[in-house]
Design a protein around this ligand. Structure first.
Ligand code: C2E
Ligand code: MG
Ligand code: MG
Length: 602
C-alpha cells in the first residue's frame, strides 16, 4: 500500500480521488488536473497521468463540477478490452462516489468525489481504510455473483437486466438506447464541445408484407437476422438497439466527422440488402435510414431522435431503401406540416375541402364514361393545396377516416346530382381514391353501403381506387375488404399499376374490376421505337384482359400517347390531353356538352 499523506481531506486541493488496486497493491491519485489518461507507459502497471501515456485505456475528465470517465482516448480510440463501471460496460460515464471501475481483470479502482458528504470528515487514512473495506465487500459480491452464474443461478441476475434488453433480438431496447444517447449528449453539452455522434433511425421497408405473407414466426426470424447484420456493421463502442416493432436505432459515438457516418450508412444498406432465407423463402430486405448529427446542438434525446425519425420519414417518401441526413429545412417543413395539421382539423367543418373531377374517356367508344374525384383543400391563406401535401398528414393523424368518408359522401351526392340533370345523356361513374388507413377502418363497408342507399347509387356507378403498393402491402386485409365491397356492388380499381412490383399472378387473388396503368409508363411511350414502357403496357393490357379486367391509362398528355394506347386496345384514358381535374361546375358543363375531342379514326 502506498504511504498516506498525513493531512485532512478538506485541506487537499483536489476534486476527486481515484484509488487503484492492482495485483494486491494499492495506490491512490488525487485528481487535480482537468484531464487524465489511464493506460500503460513503459512499466507494466496501470498508469494515471495527464500526459506521457502511449496507449490510453481510459480517460478521466473534470468539467462543471463533474467527473467523466470515457473508454479510451477522448479522440475516439477505445480500449481493446473495454471498460466497466459497477459491472456495466460503458463508453462514457459520469462518475459518482464509490463507483467501482474495472480496467482489466485484476485492476480495479474506486472513485470518490470530494465534496460528497461521505468522506469529508476525518483523516485521509481513515477515509482510505473505509474505502478499502468497501472495495473488499464489492469484490466479494462480484465473486459471489460470478460463482452463482457458474452454478446455473444466473437467471435471477439476467432477469434483473431484462428491462434493458429486447427479448426477441437480444439488442438493447429503447430505454437502454435513450440512456446511452443521454450520456453522449451530456458529454457534448457539458464536457467536450467537439464530441460528435450521430443517430440512425431505421425502419424496415415492407416488413408488414413479410409478416402478412410468411407469418409472424418468419417475421421474427427476419428481425433477428437483421439485428445480427446491424451488429456486424458497427464498432464495439457503438450501439444498435431495437426501439419497437420493425424500428431500430444506431448510435455511432466519437466520430471525427459526419462522413464516417455516411460510410457506415452505405455499408449498412449494402449488408442489409443481401438476400436472406426464411425457411425456403428467399427475401431481399431493405431499410430506410434517417440520420441526425449531434452537430445540430441538441438539448434532449427526444429532439435528436425526433429529427432522425423525420429524416427517416423523408427517406421513406423518397422511395425507401436509402438514407437521408436531417437538415434544418426539414425541421422547418416539419413545423409547417404541424401547422397544416392544425388547420386541417378545421377544414371539414369550415367547408374548405373540395372535390375536383377529371374525365375518364372510353378510348374505343370515344365518349366520356365517368370522372375520377380528386380532393383539393381550399386553404384560406395558402390557396389551393394538392392532395399529395395533405393526404399524408391526414393519414398520420387519423383525420383520413373523416376526410375519406366526406370524399365518398360528396362524390355520391354529386353523382346523384348529375343523374338529375336531363342534359347529361350518358351514364356516368365516379372513382374515389381510398387511402391505406381506410382499409383497416371497420366501419368503411357499412358507411359506404349507407351512402349508396341514401343517394340511390346503382351498382358500378361508384368505384373505389387503391394504389397497387398499398394493396400489396396489406394483401390479406385488402382482399377481405375488396370482397365485402364487391358484394355491395362497388367495383375496385388498382391505381398506379406497375409501380408496386407485384407479381402478375398475385393479381388473380384480388377481386378487381379495373387496372390503372401508372402515368410514368404512359409518359415514356414512344410509339416509333420499341421501348420498355411499350412492352410493359402491352403485357399489362394483355394480362388484364385475360383476367377480364379493364384498363385505364393515366396521364395521357399527347395525342401520340392516345393513338398508341387505342391501338394497344387500352379501354379507357385519363389525362391533361382530355382535361385537367375540373371543378364540379366545369365537370357538369363537360358532361352536358359531351366530348369536344376531334377523333381520328384508326
Ligand atoms: P391518382 O389517384 O393517381 O390521381 C391522378 C393524379 O394524376 C392526379 O393528381 C391528377 O391531377 C394527375 N394527373 C392526371 N392527368 C395527368 C396528366 O396528364 N399529367 C400529369 N402530370 N398528371 C396528371 P392529384 O389530384 O394531385 O392527386 C395525386 C394523388 O393524391 C392521387 O393520385 C391519389 O393517389 C391521391 N388523392 C387524390 N384525391 C384523393 C382522395 O380523395 N383520397 C385519397 N385517399 N387520395 C387522394
Ligand atoms: Mg387515383
Ligand atoms: Mg394514379
Amino acid at each position: 500500500m502506498c504511504s498516506l499523506p498525513n493531512k485532512n481531506l478538506e485541506m487537499m486541493n483536489s476534486n476527486g480521488i481515484l484509488i487503484i488496486r492492482e495485483k494486491g497493491k494499492t495506490c491512490f491519485e488525487l485528481l487535480e488536473e482537468k484531464l487524465y489518461k489511464i493506460g500503460r507507459a513503459s512499466s507494466d502497471e496501470i498508469f494515471l497521468s495527464s500526459k506521457g501515456i502511449s496507449r490510453t485505456h481510459a480517460s478521466i475528465y473534470f468539467s462543471d463540477e463533474k467527473f467523466w470517465l470515457v473508454d479510451g482516448s477522448l479522440k475516439g480510440k477505445t480500449s481493446t478490452n473495454g471498460l466497466f463501471v459497477n459491472d456495466e460496460k460503458i463508453s462514457v460515464h459520469q462518475l459518482k462516489s464509490y463507483d467501482v471501475i474495472t480496467f482489466h481483470e485484476n485492476i480495479q479502482a474506486i472513485f470518490v468525489q470530494c465534496g460528497d458528504e461521505i468522506q469529508l470528515n476525518g483523516s485521509l487514512e481513515k477515509f482510505l481504510t473505509k474505502t478499502f473495506d468497501f472495495l473488499n465487500v464489492k469484490q466479494e459480491e462480484q465473486k459471489k455473483n460470478a460463482s452463482n452464474i457458474e452454478e446455473g443461478m444466473g437467471q435471477a441476475q439476467s432477469a434483473l437486466r431484462l428491462p434493458q434488453i429486447d427479448d426477441l433480438t437480444g439488442l438493447p431496447n429503447r430505454p437502454a438506447f435513450v440512456s446511452r444517447v443521454q450520456k453522449s449528449l451530456a458529454v457534448k453539452n457539458t464536457l467536450l464541445e467537439d464530441h460528435q455522434f450521430v443517430i440512425f433511425f431505421i425502419d424496415v421497408d415492407r416488413f408488414k408484407m413479410i409478416n402478412d405473407s410468411l407469418g409472424h414466426l418468419a417475421g421474427d426470424q427476419f428481425l433477428i437476422q437483421l439485428a445480427e447484420r446491424f451488429k456486424a456493421c458497427i464498432r464495439p463502442y457503438d450501439m444498435a438497439a431495437r426501439l419497437s416493432g420493425d424500428e431500430f436505432a444506431i448510435l455511432l459515438d466519437n466520430l471525427e466527422s459526419l462522413d464516417e457516418a455516411i460510410i457506415v450508412a452505405k455499408r449498412l444498406q449494402n449488408n442489409i440488402s443481401k438476400p436472406l432465407f426464411l425457411g425456403n423463402q428467399e427475401v431481399y430486405p431493405s431499410i430506410s435510414i434517417g440520420i441526425a448529427s449531434s452537430q445540430l446542438q441538441y438539448q434532449t434525446v427526444e429532439e435528436i431522435l425526433r429529427d432522425a425519425d423525420t429524416a427517416m420519414y423523408h427517406a421513406k417518401r423518397a422511395g425507401r431503401s436509402r438514407f437521408i441526413v436531417f437538415d434544418e429545412s426539414m425541421h422547418q417543413k416539419a413545423k409547417e406540416l404541424l401547422q397544416l395539421d392544425g388547420d386541417l382539423r378545421h377544414a371539414i367543418e369550415h367547408q374548405q375541402l373540395q372535390l375536383y373531377y377529371q374525365p375518364i374517356i372510353s378510348l374505343g367508344l370515344r365518349h366520356l364514361v365517368g370522372f375520377e374525384a380528386l380532393i383539393r383543400w381550399n386553404h384560406p391563406e395558402r390557396g389551393l393545396i394538392d392532395s399529395d401535401i395533405f393526404i399524408p398528414i391526414a393519414e398520420e393523424t387519423n383525420l383520413i377516416y373523416q376526410i375519406g368518408m366526406w370524399t365518398i359522401q360528396e362524390a355520391c351526392r354529386q353523382l346523384a346530382n348529375w343523374k338529375q340533370i336531363p342534359a347529361i345523356q350518358i351514364p356516368l361513374s365516379v372513382n374515389v381514391n381510398l387511402s391505406a388507413r381506410q382499409l383497416s377502418d371497420t366501419n368503411l363497408v357499412r358507411c359506404v353501403k349507407d351512402l349508396i342507399e341514401k343517394y340511390k347509387i346503382a351498382d358500378d356507378e361508384l368505384k373505389l381506387e387503391i394504389t397497387e403498393s398499398i394493396a400489396m402491402e396489406n394483401s390479406q386485409q385488402t382482399i377481405k375488404v375488396f370482397n365485402q365491397l364487391r358484394q355491395i356492388g362497388i367495383p375496385l380499381v388498382i391505381d398506379d399499376f406497375g409501380t408496386g412490383y407485384s407479381s402478375l399472378s398475385y393479381l388473380n387473388r384480388f377481386p378487381i374490376d379495373t387496372l390503372k396503368i401508372d402515368r410514368s409508363f404512359v409518359s415514356r411511350v414512344n410509339p416509333n421505337t420499341e421501348n420498355t414502357s411499350v412492352s410493359i403496357i402491352h403485357s399489362i393490357i394483355g394480362l388484364a384482359h385475360s383476367l377480364g379486367v379493364k384498363v385505364v391509362a393515366e396521364g395521357i398528355e399527347k395525342e401520340e400517347h392516345m393513338d398508341y394506347l387505342r391501338q394497344a386496345r387500352c379501354d379507357y384514358g385519363q389525362g391533361y390531353l382530355f382535361a385537367q381535374p375540373l371543378t364540379a361546375e366545369n365537370a357538369t358543363a363537360w358532361a352536358e356538352r359531351g366530348l369536344d375531342w376531334r377523333w381520328v379514326p384508326i
